[in-house]
Design a protein around this ligand. Structure first.
Ligand code: CTP
Ligand code: MG
Length: 245
């Protein structure tokens, strides 16, 4: 599943983030291709902005991802587009509802991570198939992290209260992989409890499930701010120069 219903406010004015282009191709199309390239993936559910379902369908068609004659790009993965919601969590819940009941492993991959290598997708799927309930790819942190008391006024000095041992911290990426029934169960609970988490693995943890980390990749970074798009263009140019596509 590819949640792509966000507005991309931190990226600045313009089209919804998933529809912004990287190397002339929408981020969403990169993300769908990255997932579908994995032999473990048989269906991609794209969660589109609520008012953008038709536009997303048209874009996918235009890039040969209409889910029928696109085997050369997608390795036979089918594609479904559904409308998302106001939060990422709601979008994932709506996407889950569109996945056929017989599917029992679900990967959730941000449209905003267009350049995830297929090896990471495969590793996450493999870990779930090997028995994990929830799997997240992650990388070590480059920066030291401080815990602070957030300032009342933005930009004010913030007292430091601690420095977690960096060697025990990981920055998590997507795709995150789940046993479908576990993901469904925690989303149902979160909905009835009014709980919001920033990622799906966070919901599993919140309800006492077990999450494991597998190695992520630096190219699976999230496009969040304008500088991230500059980096993504550079990574894509490097791949094209090396003929990796
Ligand atoms: N997402 C979604 N539905 C929402 C909000 C986010 O499907 N209501 C998706 C985004 O499209 C993105 C992923 O969740 O692929 C990760 O979210 P984020 O990077 O925060 O994207 P946006 O919410 O679009 O960006 P911003 O927070 O800057 O507005
Ligand atoms: Mg967001």
């Amino acid at each position: 599943m590819v949640p792509a219903a966000g507005r991309g406010e931190r990226l600045g004015p313009g089209a919804p983030k998933a529809l912004r282009e990287l190397g002339g191709v929408p981020l969403l199309v990169h993300a769908v291709r990255a997932l579908a390239r994995s032999r473990a993936v048989s269906l991609v559910v794209v969660v589109a902005p609520p008012d953008g379902v038709e536009r997303v369908r048209a874009l996918l068609d235009q890039h040969g991802l209409d889910g029928s004659d696109s085997a050369w790009v997608t390795g036979n993965a089918g594609i479904t587009v559904v409308a998302g919601g106001a939060t990422r969590q709601e979008s994932v819940r709506l996407g889950l509802a569109a996945i056929p009941v017989e599917v029992d492993v679900v990967l959730v991959h941000d449209a905003a991570r267009p350049l995830v290598p297929v090896d990471v997708v495969d590793a996450v799927a493999r870990a779930v198939l090997d028995g994990a309930e929830a799997v997240v790819p992650a990388v070590p942190l480059a920066d030291t992290v401080k815990q602070v008391l957030p300032a009342a006024v933005a930009g004010g000095p913030e007292p430091v209260v601690g420095t977690p041992d960096r060697s025990t911290l990981r920055a998590v990426q997507t795709p995150q992989g789940f046993r479908r029934e576990a993901l469904q169960r925690v989303h149902d609970k979160a909905l009835s409890d009014g709980v919001e988490a920033t990622d799906d693995a966070g919901l599993i943890e919140r309800y006492d499930g077990r999450v494991v980390v597998v190695p992520g990749h630096e190219e699976a970074f999230k496009v969040t701010r304008p500088l991230d798009l500059v980096l993504a263009e550079a990574v894509l140019a490097r791949r094209r120069a090396r003929d990796e596509f």
